[in-house]
Write a protein that binds this ligand. Structure first.
Ligand code: HAM
Length: 426
């Protein structure tokens, strides 16, 4: 293929072309629908933001900010970054538009591309697609459970089954600093290499996420945040788990979970699919109670998630499920001559006004090739019109699955087609 084309898409960035693109839309819209059912409104934000927003919001020491951002200077000397994630931008917009001064919680959802300069591999892309949501301004464990249950329901509605939800609590601003010291004291007793020791100084939690077996082994006895929660954080976490139980959302506790973004507090979670190899996270999120204040807004709490559309598609494929093979049109019109075409173009437009999806054989084609195109389109009906039909004021309506053909009056064809397709009159 590559020797046939002058350009190929940028490295590590997938295209979604028909027919697979239908699955992309189904997954994106399915996950978004789950958010709509829980009262989240759509928010549409720019894909570029002031670089400082991510440095301040996501954390300078995270890989996402320190290594993976697509940053550039525009012609006005502003330093901008292609958004690597959605939460910081939502906070910026909520503060800028004063949504935080209205009724709380502010419940928003979004879908779109995010950009991370990671090493591409199966399921890890440089432009990734997420459906996300954020609930801002109410610190209620029932809301945490709702957010998690929306993600769980979204995946299940698409037919996904073999995934697990991992949850933990990363503590609050009373217990986390104390735990951080405890963890650092422990880590500094270990024979860590220089780089890991530096990491322990800047962000000790991240050392627990080290994938190297020797570091994993060394840190097996590390103190865990879950054993050092403040009474408030503990009570919050217990209630979230109670709600999840009542909602019938299965979960496992993963006390060693470390997220790649620095803003998380209290409830934190990940959805993991084992059919995906190394890039197994199909979604993740949590509370970020200090983020809004950190970005210059009111001290409001927040919780949300980001679900990976690309990885959900791969997970469905790993389970042998395809979500969508819906045909692209209901009716395919086959004109046999120019006058017939002029009439069918008009009929097609009239049917579309009734919500019927119609395509037409454009160009000069033989009847045989046009009928083949009709079959390929997946349409239920073909409308065949020749000069003689036109003179008679009639149209042939062919049911493509059976080959049955009926002659109907042109002036009555819309009613006939609607009835055949069981489309109600509007
Ligand atoms: P995140 O865990 O960084 O969270 O990303 C969420 C999901 O996006 C991941 O679970 C994964 O499915 C997908 N994803 C991330 N990176 C890639 C990649 N390189 N290729 C393909 N898929 C990827 C966030 O972004 C947070 N903003 C989520 C959040 C919202 N937390 C609170 N509110």
């Amino acid at each position: 293929m590559a020797d046939r084309v002058a350009f190929v898409g940028p490295k590590g960035i997938p295209d979604y072309v028909p027919p697979q693109s239908a699955e992309f839309v189904t997954v994106r819209d399915g996950l978004t629908h789950a958010a709509r059912l829980a009262g989240y409104s759509h928010i549409e934000l720019p894909v570029v933001e002031d670089t400082r927003l991510f440095a301040r919001g996501v954390g300078e020491s995270t890989d996402v900010v320190s290594k993976e951002m697509y940053t550039f200077t525009d012609h006005g000397d502003r330093t901008l970054t292609l958004r690597p994630e959605g939460t910081a931008g939502v906070m910026r917009a909520v503060i800028e538009h004063g949504l935080d001064r209205g009724p709380l919680p502010v419940k928003l959802s979004y879908a779109g591309p995010f950009f991370r300069y990671e090493r591409p591999q199966a399921g890890r892309y440089r432009q990734l697609q997420q459906v996300g949501l954020e609930a801002i301004g109410v610190d209620d464990p029932a809301l945490d459970a709702e957010v998690i249950a929306v993600a769980d329901a979204g995946f299940r509605a698409l037919g996904l089954e073999d995934f697990r939800l991992e949850v933990t609590s990363l503590g609050d601003d009373t217990c986390r600093p104390h735990y951080r010291e405890l963890l650092q004291d422990y880590l500094f007793t270990l024979p860590l290499d220089d780089q890991t020791r530096r990491r322990a100084e800047i962000n000790p939690l991240r050392v627990l996420d080290d994938k190297r077996p020797e570091v994993r082994e060394m840190t097996t006895g590390a103190p865990l945040m879950l054993d050092h929660l403040s009474p408030t954080a503990q009570a919050h976490f217990d209630k979230v788990l109670d709600h999840l139980g009542a909602l019938g959302v299965p979960y496992v506790i993963n006390a060693r979970m470390v997220r790649g973004l620095d803003y998380y507090t209290k409830t934190t979670f990940e959805f993991v699919h084992d059919g995906l190899g190394a890039q197994s996270g199909i979604g993740g999120g949590g509370r970020y109670d200090g983020l809004m204040a950190q970005l210059g807004g009111q001290p409001l709490s927040g919780i949300g998630f980001g679900l990976g559309v690309d990885r959900t598609i791969l997970a469905l494929a790993a389970e042998g499920k395809t979500t969508n093979s819906a045909p692209r049109c209901d009716v395919f019109a086959v004109p046999l001559g120019d006058d017939a075409k002029a009439t069918l173009v008009v009929i097609a437009q009239q049917l579309r006004a009734h919500g019927i999806r119609v395509d037409l054989a454009y160009g000069t084609r033989t009847a045989k090739s046009a009928l083949k195109a009709a079959d390929r389109s997946g349409a239920a009906l073909a409308l065949v019109l020749g000069d003689r039909d036109l003179a008679n004021g009639t149209l042939e309506v062919k049911t493509l699955a059976t080959g049955n053909q009926q002659t109907v009056a042109i002036h009555d064809s819309a009613t006939h087609i609607r009835t055949a397709l069981a489309v109600p009159a509007n």
